[in-house]
Design a protein around this ligand. Structure first.
Ligand code: PMP
Length: 439
């Protein structure tokens, strides 16, 4: 009996957190002090049997829910045949089929090709390699607040110093950042375009710029949607100077914004699209999809990676694309977004710290301020209270004051409402005092 208790205890969240702290460096962040036992669609159970509603989806990854039966089946079937041969050594059809499917689905009616990597950052690195090789130019432009990953080029492209860049220099050379427009933060499209033109005047010859990389909706930067006006202006600038436009759809892609790819909302066609996260339904896979002439510029051997386009991940991705279509998850994503934002707009009427509610499709952000000043303590406080009540949430934003909601697109309305109730309660608890102040 005592032995059993010891066993149970040694598997507690607290014990595992202790071992984590001793074994894992601090740099690997930790949003919740919890260890997972199992997960199913929109729910996760921890090692102590506590159940959580999952509004994180593994950071916008399991768009088709945890353990979707069709995705599970595809992975199991593939594993029963072979798990790894390395596509460059001995190829398999699923890689080719996935490239064909994504080339059909990605924006643009020109000839497209696709190749695969494992992580989002690798897709970004490779998109830049391709753009440099094709254009024969070396400079790359990204945006303030952007997030493109933690590897050298992706880190340099990322527009937030702490914790992503501080102490990790020197950065990859010839990377420049321009302002990203955000009406709420007082940066107009005109300001953003002006910022780019300033770069061209003072910092880099536009004729030396290989690519501009942009998230159609900034993710880590605060869930800030771009606009048709801005993205069209960017497209125009790219065309004017022969610069390639890379849409980083790693977080926005695969239905997250209510369309397969967020760029479809804006009627703007990039030359290259990067994808990852939702594509594999939980298996690690990323993609670079784009103009065939651009991607074909690199000679054999210039692209590739041992695990890239892993057979199990390709099988999972093909199943994900089928599930997205069969279950109309783009439409569902749009409906989830409306449901979330309606409820929070109602709440906003009584909570002045809710400064902004924004998003596209299911991708929804709630920004907190106090007297106009970013209030990361509120965003974090809501996250912590929600965790105690059994809901997993994450924050984002340049000041960490935005709650971001990333629901599996297969989640039920009941679970969504239960999750919203928890957030609402947490917000009311943490902001009641300020409501009592005289107006
Ligand atoms: N680009 C965007 C837009 C992202 O949101 C992320 C991940 N949050 C990345 C790139 C990097 O992806 P990964 O963590 O898989 O390297």
């Amino acid at each position: 009996m005592q032995g059993l208790e010891m066993d149970e205890q040694s598997n507690s969240n607290a014990n595992l957190m202790h071992r984590r702290a001793n074994a894992i460096p601090r740099g690997i962040g930790n949003a919740h002090p919890v260890f997972v036992e199992r997960a199913e669609n929109g729910e996760i159970w921890d090692v102590e049997g506590k159940r959580y509603i999952d509004f994180c989806a593994g950071i916008a990854v399991v768009n088709t829910g945890h353990r979707h039966p069709k995705v599970e089946e595809a992975i199991a079937k593939q594993n029963a045949r072979f798990s790894h041969t390395c596509f460059q050594v001995a190829a398999y059809e699923s890689y080719v089929e996935l490239a064909e499917r994504l080339s059909e689905l990605a924006p643009g009616d020109f000839d497209k090709k696709a190749f695969f990597m494992t992580t989002g950052a690798e897709a970004v690195e490779n998109a830049v390699k391709v753009a440099r090789h094709f254009t024969g130019r070396s400079a790359v432009i990204s945006f303030d607040g952007a997030f493109h990953g933690r590897t050298l080029m992706a880190m340099a492209l990322t527009g937030k110093v702490t914790p992503y860049k501080a102490g990790f220099g020197p950065m990859a050379a010839e990377v420049y950042q321009a302002p990203f427009p955000s009406e709420f933060h007082g940066i107009s499209v005109e300001d953003a375009v002006h910022g780019l033109n300033r770069l061209f005047k003072y910092s880099v010859d536009p004729e030396r710029v290989a690519a501009i990389i942009v998230e159609p909706v900034q993710g880590e930067g605060g869930y800030i949607p771009g606009s048709a006006e801005f993205l069209r202006a960017l497209r125009g600038i790219c065309d004017q100077y022969g610069i390639l436009m890379i849409a980083d759809e790693i977080q926005t892609g695969v239905g997250r914004t209510g369309k397969m790819f967020a760029m479809e909302h804006f009627g703007v066609v990039p030359d290259i699209t990067t994808m990852a996260k939702g594509l594999g339904g939980g298996m690690p896979i990323s993609a670079v999809v784009g103009r065939a002439d651009v991607l074909d510029s690199i000679p054999p051997g210039g692209l590739g990676s041992t695990y890239a386009g892993h057979p199990m991940a390709c099988a999972a991705a093909l199943a994900v694309l089928e599930v997205m279509r069969e279950e109309q998850l783009c439409e569902r994503s749009a409906a989830i977004g409306v449901r979330l934002r309606n409820r929070f707009h109602t709440l906003q009427k009584n909570v002045r710290e809710i400064a902004d509610i924004r998003g596209l499709g299911a991708m929804t952000g709630i920004e907190f301020t106090r007297d106009g000043v970013p209030a990361p303590d509120l965003a974090n406080g809501v996250k912590t209270l929600a965790f105690e009540k059994g809901l997993l949430l994450l924050t984002c934003g340049s000041y960490g004051n935005v709650l971001r909601l990333m629901l599996p697109l297969t989640i039920t309305d009941e679970l969504i409402d239960e999750g919203i109730d928890i957030i609402e309660q947490a917000i009311l608890t943490l902001t009641t005092a300020s409501q009592l102040e005289p107006a």
